[in-house]
Every structure is written in structure tokens, then in C-alpha cells.
Design a protein around this ligand. Structure first.
Ligand code: ATP
Length: 247
């Protein structure tokens, strides 16, 4: 299968001395669903920020390695231009505009792809509401009044509204009830299948992520220490002991 995203030997520094990533290589196949796993501080968010061009806002930089999207090196491209090409990053912490309604939040992200117009907006509304019917019921509510799960759905819905080709989601399940977290992953699964969307998720909930992703990578101290098909990773003893609490 053709790779949508191909990261090779990525080394990232914050400031002069903090080495957050040291030789990370990751591939996301076209239309594939891949999980990046690991404990706090392993370098998962840094990897996503390197891809989406957000590192520069945190005094971070790529010191070595390449990030290719459909064969083109994108490491130097600013994040707003990457968004126009369909590379969307849903950051940890559900960045929604709390005083704007659900509809307004969605609409704001059409600009991310540099497209607008009522016909397009209507079509994308229908699509987002198809995947997240709970958001349709809350369309006129202020985002700040939504539950944690609904806000996460809105954050993902906003990225969908910008019509992504590669969607990256950082810690989708953080702070959510298990049922809601599972629902969100089921929807991501469905979107990936329906639209041939490539998805890269960062997760601390290993079992949940590997139940949905086809392939996983495990990061530890800025290095990939394990990778493989999800089922094999789940079966692997060392991974179970380290991340699943005993199994
Ligand atoms: P978490 O789940 O806690 O977000 P993570 O696996 O996503 O963990 P990163 O946030 O990528 O890890 O952090 C990787 C390393 O880089 C950590 O040692 C962290 O302290 C460091 N780091 C992250 N952001 C910065 C920053 N802006 N400046 C300096 N160091 C940073």
C-alpha cells in the first residue's frame, strides 16, 4: 500500500539541549489507522507537533530526519498550509471556542482549508452530524456547555469539517468515561473506512487504541521500542507487562 505519511530518523530538540525524539520512524499507509503509544513524556505529542508544523511555536525544531507526505518533504511547511493540504491535528485538550456555538465552531474550520460557501458548509455539516448525531442536537449550544465527550466530538468534527486526508488525534480518550472513549474510537474507525482517511492517534489507553488501529508503535524516551500489527502487539508479553498492568 502507498504510504500517506513516512517519517524517518526523526530527531527533535526543544531549545538547545532537550532531546525529545531520537531517531523516530513511523509509516501511516494511505487510508490506514495507526496508533502511537507510550507513557507520559515519551514524545508522542512532540511527534504529532513535528508533523503538523506546531513545534516552532514551542521553541522546538527538527534536528535530523525527514517527514514525507505522499512523497513530499513537508517538514518546513507552516501548519496553516498543511491544514489546506488536508493534514489536520486535533490537539490534546480539545481546543474548541467555548463562547461560540457548535455550528459556529464547525464553520470556523472551513477556513482552515481555504474554502467556503453555504453549499459546501451544508454538505459538510450533514457529514459531521452523520458521524456525531449528538452534536446535531447541540448545534445551537455554546461549546463551553458541552460535556467532555461532546467537546472531544466537536474537536474531531471541526477537523472533519476541514475535509482532512490525514487526521491526527492526540489523546482522544483523556478524561472521558470508558463508554464515551470507546464510542469515539468506533466513529474514528468508521470515518477511516468510509472515507479512506489516514488516521494517526496518540493514546495512553493502549487496549482501546489497539482494538481499533491496525498497527501500533510504542515510544519510550523518544525512541520506538516496539511496533507491529495491533493484535500481535497486544499479545506481546513485554508490552502487556509494561503498559497493560500485568497481562
Ligand atoms: P504526554 O502524554 O504527557 O503529553 P508525550 O508522550 O506526548 O507525553 P511530549 O509531550 O511529546 O510527550 O514530551 C516529550 C519530552 O519533551 C518530555 O521530556 C517533555 O518534557 C519534553 N517537552 C515537551 N514539550 C516541551 C517544550 N515545549 N519545551 C521543552 N521540553 C518539552
Amino acid at each position: 500500500m502507498v504510504a500517506a505519511l513516512e517519517i524517518s530518523g526523526l530527531k527533535v530538540l526543544y531549545g538547545q539541549a532537550i532531546e525529545a525524539l531520537d531517531g523516530v520512524s513511523i509509516t501511516v499507509p494511505d487510508g490506514g489507522f495507526v496508533a502511537l503509544l507510550g507513557a507520559n513524556g515519551a514524545g508522542k505529542s512532540t511527534t504529532l507537533k513535528a508533523i503538523s508544523g506546531l513545534l516552532r511555536f514551542e521553541n522546538g525544531r527538527i534536528a535530523e530526519g525527514t517527514i514525507k507526505y505522499r512523497g513530499e518533504d513537508i517538514a518546513a511547511i507552516p501548519s496553516y498550509q498543511l491544514a489546506r493540504r488536508g493534514i489536520l491535528h486535533v490537539r490534546e485538550g480539545r481546543f474548541v471556542f467555548p463562547t461560540m456555538t457548535v455550528e459556529e465552531n464547525l464553520e470556523a474550520s472551513l477556513f482552515a482549508r481555504g474554502k467556503r460557501g453555504p453549499a459546501l458548509a451544508r454538505r459538510v455539516y450533514e457529514e459531521v452530524f452523520h458521524y456525531f448525531p449528538a452534536l446535531k442536537e447541540r448545534a445551537k449550544s455554546q461549546a463551553g456547555y458541552l460535556s467532555g465527550g461532546e467537546q472531544q466530538m466537536l474537536a474531531i468534527g471541526r477537523a472533519l469539517f476541514a475535509q482532512p486526508e490525514l487526521l491526527m488525534v492526540d489523546e482522544a480518550s483523556l478524561g472521558l468515561a470508558p463508554k464515551i472513549a470507546a464510542d469515539i474510537f468506533t466513529i474514528l474507525d468508521k470515518i477511516s473506512n468510509d472515507r479512506k482517511l489516514s488516521i494517526l492517534v496518540v493514546e495512553q489507553n493502549v487496549t482501546l487504541a489497539l482494538r481499533h488501529a491496525a498497527y501500533g508503535y510504542v515510544l519510550e524516551n523518544g525512541r520506538i521500542v516496539s511496533e507491529g500489527e495491533s493484535q500481535k502487539l497486544l499479545d506481546r508479553d513485554s508490552l502487556s507487562r509494561r503498559y497493560l498492568g500485568g497481562g
